[in-house]
Write a protein that binds this ligand. Structure first.
Ligand code: AMP
Length: 116
């Protein structure tokens, strides 16, 4: 099983530069280096979980917290009313590139319909 640290662990520990918008004991949120929308922020657990397939019932609190934090950041970014999208990619078919689970918060423009 892949459970090696990624660049995101370095971001959590402030070992490399990043634009952190929120951090507490459980999660870290920072601006995506290659934004796909005017607001593009990644929300990650401080604990390393490589993919959604490794999530266990003990992780339910942290995953719930990621959603709460995402909604709070959306408000701060001024996109809560206009709308936004939360995305988590798992493995190859979803194009997961970094093996430390992360929630994409995208908004600030019309994102189009993803699922019809
Ligand atoms: P995914 O394709 O879901 O694995 O998303 C990985 C995301 O991480 C991409 O949107 C990248 O642009 C982003 N990313 C990779 N390295 C960094 C970094 N050092 N700082 C901020 N975002 C990054």
């Amino acid at each position: 099983m892949m459970s090696e640290e990624t660049i995101f662990s370095k971001i959590i520990r402030h070992e490399i530069p990043s634009d952190i918008v929120f951090q507490d004991e459980t999660v870290t949120a920072f601006r995506d280096i290659s934004p796909q929308a005017p607001t593009h922020i990644l929300i990650i657990p401080n604990k390393l979980i490589p993919t959604l397939n490794q999530v266990t019932p003990e992780d339910e609190a942290v995953l719930g917290h990621m959603v709460t934090v995402a909604a709070k950041i959306a408000k701060q970014e001024g996109i809560a009313e206009s709308g936004y999208r939360l995305i988590m990619n798992c493995n190859k078919d979803a194009g997961q590139d970094v093996f430390h689970i992360h929630m994409h918060l995208l908004g600030g423009k019309n994102l189009g319909k993803l699922v019809h």
